[in-house]
Each structure stands twice: as structure tokens, then as C-alpha cells.
Ligand binder design. Structure first.
Ligand code: ARG
Length: 246
């Protein structure tokens, strides 16, 4: 008798084939997440993910195409084929892993905090923020939001669409603190050292990974081998130093 197999592997290689045929590697991200993806003054996209994406496209012999997408729509954008890969500092979480596949983590970060300067000395750990007298700002749909809801249950939470809107809330005093990924907090605090204080030491463990469609083993294999190569030949360190050491 004939057996008919129906599975995700029926589409094996489709995304990689699409990249080769179109000559484009389309990478989804949500700009504003320093230093991974930002919009430069001349309206181009720059950052750690952007440079790594460009390097990947170069090795593939195709063009790097940035696809700037609102954070809450980024997984749907991948699933509906608006991009080939999410390269957006996305934390590998169990919940997201139910919808997408992640390549091996390319960096590990964690949550840290900026506080309004008037709270200096009063807030010395995230635990101090778990109090109804405090308002904490975060970005919609991020792991920062998950952490605020889970670990700072007693505080009031205000959600914002963008990183900068959440951070501004701390500067203008409407929020006492913002909880977000350490690299962003570190750069933001340095750029606004006269307006905010920070507690940088990360209090969560968050591996970041590039995401592909469920079942896309070919793309995953490509990403993991690309990562292994650039980590071994110094390319990763050179790009890392450009964005994280200045
Ligand atoms: N790592 C955090 C998360 O996965 C924040 C990522 C935000 N990325 C961005 N491109 N805006 O939720």
C-alpha cells in the first residue's frame, strides 16, 4: 500500500531556496533596541543584528533586506513569510519556542533597571520595586514585561510600544523605573547620565537567538554553521566590539 507523508518537512529548504532565488535575505526586527537595531540619522538601519545580518547575506551572496516590524507583530510576520528570519535580540523563551524555532543563542543578556534619580539609594535591587507605591515602565510583549508581571506583581505596570517611550516615562517622573534588557539600559543610562540612574547587574538569564519558521531545519542548520564560523574566525568578536565596547 502507498503511504502518504504530510509534515513540515514537505517544505524543506523552501526558505533557503527562496533566498537564493530572490537574491534577498529579509530579516525582521523592531528598531529602537540599542545596540542591536537602531534607525540612524540618515534613516538607515544599524546595529549588532544588522551587521551580523549583512555579513550573513554577504556569505550567501545575496542582498540584506531589513524588515522593520512592530514587536507584537514580529512572530506573525515570520510565520506569514514577510521575512526569512527574525534577527531582533529575541530572547529564547519556552512560550515563543512553541511557535518558532531558534538557532543557537548568539549572546546572553538579562534584565536590568533604570530608575529616576530621586530613588537613588532607596531602590538598590529589583526586589525593592515590588511595592504598590512604585510604577514600572516596560515594553509591550517583551521579556521585560513578563518579568515585571511575574516578579514585580505588587508594583503598577505601564506598558509602552517603544523602548524610548518607556524610558522617557522615567525621565519625566511618571514612572519610577524601567525594566529592560541590560545592553539597552546600559547605553540609555550612559547617554542620559544626568537624568537617570541605573542598576545594571542583570537579574534574569536570557539567551538571545535568531528565529525561523517551525520545522525549517535547513535555515537553522545554516544559521548555526554561520555562527560557529564567525565565532571561530574573529568576525563575531570584531562586530561585537564595534557595538558593545565604546
Ligand atoms: N529580548 C527582549 C525580548 O525578547 C527584547 C527584545 C526587543 N527587540 C527589539 N528588536 N526591539 O522580549
Amino acid at each position: 500500500s502507498t503511504m502518504i507523508f504530510c509534515s513540515a518537512s514537505a517544505n524543506a529548504g523552501a526558505v533557503l531556496d527562496g533566498i537564493a532565488e530572490s537574491g534577498e535575505l529579509r530579516a525582521c526586527f523592531d528598531a529602537g533596541y540599542m545596540p542591536f537595531e537602531m534607525k540612524s540619522k540618515n534613516n538607515s538601519y544599524i546595529g549588532f543584528d544588522v551587521d551580523l545580518g549583512k555579513m550573513m547575506a554577504k556569505q550567501m551572496g545575496v542582498k540584506y533586506v531589513p524588515v522593520n516590524t512592530a514587536w507584537d507583530g514580529i512572530i506573525p510576520a515570520l510565520i506569514t513569510g514577510k521575512c526569512d528570519v527574525i534577527m531582533a535580540g529575541m530572547t529564547v523563551t519556552a512560550k515563543r519556542n512553541l511557535k518558532v524555532n531558534f538557532a543557537d543563542p548568539y549572546i546572553v543578556v538579562g534584565q536590568s533597571i533604570i530608575i529616576n534619580p530621586k530613588l537613588k539609594g532607596e531602590i538598590t535591587s529589583y526586589k525593592d520595586l515590588n511595592d504598590p507605591q512604585y510604577t514600572v515602565a516596560g515594553k509591550l510583549g517583551t521579556t521585560g514585561e513578563v518579568v515585571i508581571k511575574r516578579m514585580l506583581k505588587k508594583a503598577k505596570y505601564n506598558a509602552f510600544e517603544t523602548e524610548t517611550d518607556a524610558a522617557l516615562e522615567v525621565i519625566n517622573g511618571k514612572a519610577d523605573a524601567m525594566v529592560y534588557d541590560m545592553p539597552f539600559i546600559s547605553i540609555y543610562a550612559a547617554q542620559n547620565s544626568d537624568k537617570v540612574e541605573s542598576i545594571l547587574e542583570p537579574f534574569t538569564y536570557e539567551p538571545l537567538g535568531w528565529a525561523v519558521k517551525q520545522g525549517d531545519h535547513d535555515m537553522l542548520n545554516f544559521l548555526n554553521n554561520f555562527l560557529r564560523q564567525i565565532k571561530g574566525d574573529g568576525t563575531y568578536d570584531r562586530i561585537y566590539d564595534k557595538w558593545f565596547k565604546s
